[in-house]
Design a protein around this ligand. Sequence first.
Ligand code: ASP
Length: 353
Amino acid sequence: MSDSLSRRDFLTSTAAGVAATGALDIAFPMRPPRPLPPQGRWAAKPVAVSSANGLRAVQKAFDLLLQGADTLDAVIEGVKIQELDPNDDSVGYGGLPNADGVVQLDASCMHGPTKRAGAVGALEGIKTPSEVAKLVLKYTNHIFLVGEGAKHFALQYGFKEEDLLTEHSREAWLHWRANLNPDDDYLDVPETEHLSARPTGTINCNAVTPQGDVSSVTTTSGLAFKIPGRVGDSPLIGAGQYTDNDVGAAGSTGRGESNIKVCGGFLTVEFMRRGMKPTDACLETLKRVVQLTEPRLLGRDGRPKFSINFYAVNKRGDFGAASLYPGRYAAHDGSEAKLRDLAYLYERPAASR
Ligand code: ASP
């Protein structure tokens, strides 16, 4: 047990987590909510920023920030809404499974004030991998647990093992498998609109408290129908997200393999450390992604044939996000939670060969 975590804190917060009690109903809180300083003495503009699927997440996170919640508690409670939503097939419960029809979830988080990090990879049977990543961060000397070990760890803290497939995600997988090979023994089924593409998706959420404390979380079911055991960028500290409380935080959604090669979360924070604004830092990271893209993934105009986005906040509460192509992201900056336009490198998608 670490110096900063007494046995008493541990027992208190563990009990609170299992029962999901506490003033604001935060499971396993990093710390209890505490009163904010008077507004004139705020060190930062509080803000919550996420991928476009995170409108409810940024609303929730922002509400918690203004109730004095910890920065990491706020973003985890935000992304949990998507993880628990059976209709979001890119995250948590209802996420699209791997090639064997098994849902394997990835998540990571970083907490600026304590300089800690936690992550889980290829986690099966647990609906909220972001919470498990937070437990790794809070209660262990490690950073990254995977597979059976990660599940065992979650069960020890009172999480329930559940079937994460929904009717929709099972159907999508069966459909994908049937259409994989025209010569196999599964009869092809006609494409339907919602099952025709090979979808991706993830949620990243970053927040700054009025005191200027920063954190980030990214959680995903990863690339749909991936090779079993594949782990993407989301649970990799420095790729899926990164936080430095002296600078800010950044995270990513989109083609994970392209992010891993540039350590995009870390790189974006480093660009901000050198003085770039969040949006410019995200655009600079995207240029690095393009520079490191293999020819097979480029169109004949040299543009990538995939999508990837970066989201960033700095310690003062400035924020921004960017993508290869036009799109949207979600932010709550004190006025309202709303979708905003991403900055982008290219107006139009890559031309096909
Ligand atoms: N980045 C995720 C992964 O590669 C997928 C996504 O965001 O679409 O696992």
